[in-house]
Design a protein around this ligand. Structure first.
Ligand code: FES
Length: 247
């Protein structure tokens, strides 16, 4: 039954890639009330009130479809694509290299990640820096998701909707995924010979080391939560689902 796990990874990642690519190209139904889909955050250019610099810029080539998600989704996408855990999982699931742990692969030599193109996977640590900034931005989105505009007076009131909770859980899971990253451990402890001489770094290193064994769990739970957050906001925006207001 060794093929069961690679098959599950193949189906799970394929589903996410198909859905997220479709959602990213829609360019619509990515906000609902104070909620902004994490696929579209930050909205650098766009038509919603969340946009930083207004609508689509004039220099955007007309032959390229525009969607605010296309401007930013490459960063979290490449962070996941180069993740040490996902590499181990999709090398097996998508091109059988190796087919599974302890299962022979359909080639005679092992080339590792020492040459092109796989040597580019080493850029993971740089995508980590960007991913850390995204966590701050998503936390800000959670804060904005607590303020609902009165449709009559236009005044904003504090409130909590189901969408607020979904975005909060999503940010916590994405934070868990990012802060349990192997590269963050290297970043905190890799350049120091005697870590105990740097108490603050040692503490941070210990925290990351503590949650690092859960990295795979965070990888899958956050993948599901980020996809579901977009789906929830999309269906609410389309009028198919109604956001449940708790407060
Ligand atoms: Fe998975 Fe860095 S190792 S996100």
């Amino acid at each position: 039954m060794w093929w069961l796990q690679p098959l599950g990874v193949f189906l799970g990642l394929s589903t996410f890639i198909v859905y997220s690519t479709w959602a990213a190209f829609q360019g619509a139904h990515y906000t609902h009330g104070p909620y902004l889909s994490p696929f579209y955050s930050p909205e650098i250019f766009g038509d919603s009130p969340h946009s930083w610099f207004g609508p689509k810029p004039g220099f955007w080539p007309s032959f390229i479809p525009f969607s605010p998600a296309l401007l930013i989704l490459w960063a979290p996408g490449l962070f996941r694509f180069t993740c040490y855990y996902y590499r181990g999982a999709y090398y097996k699931a998508f091109w059988s290299d190796p087919s599974a742990c302890m299962v022979g692969e359909p080639r005679n030599e092992y080339r590792g990640e020492n040459s092109l193109p796989l040597i580019l996977q080493n850029a993971h640590r740089y995508f980590l820096y960007i991913a850390l900034a995204f966590i701050v931005l998503l936390a800000h989105d959670v804060w904005l998701a607590l303020w609902f505009k009165d449709p009559v007076t236009g005044v904003e009131h504090f409130g909590i909707g189901l969408g607020t909770i979904i975005l909060t859980v999503n940010t916590v899971l994405l934070g868990g995924y990012t802060f349990s990253c192997h590269s963050l451990r290297h970043l905190l402890g890799g350049s120091i010979d005697v870590l105990s001489k740097h108490p603050a770094r040692l503490k941070a290193y210990s925290c990351v080391t503590c949650i690092n064994p859960k990295h795979m769990n965070f990888a899958w739970f956050s993948l599901c939560s980020v996809g579901f957050s977009d789906l929830y906001i999309r269906l609410c925006s389309m009028g198919i689902w109604t956001d449940w207001r708790i407060l």
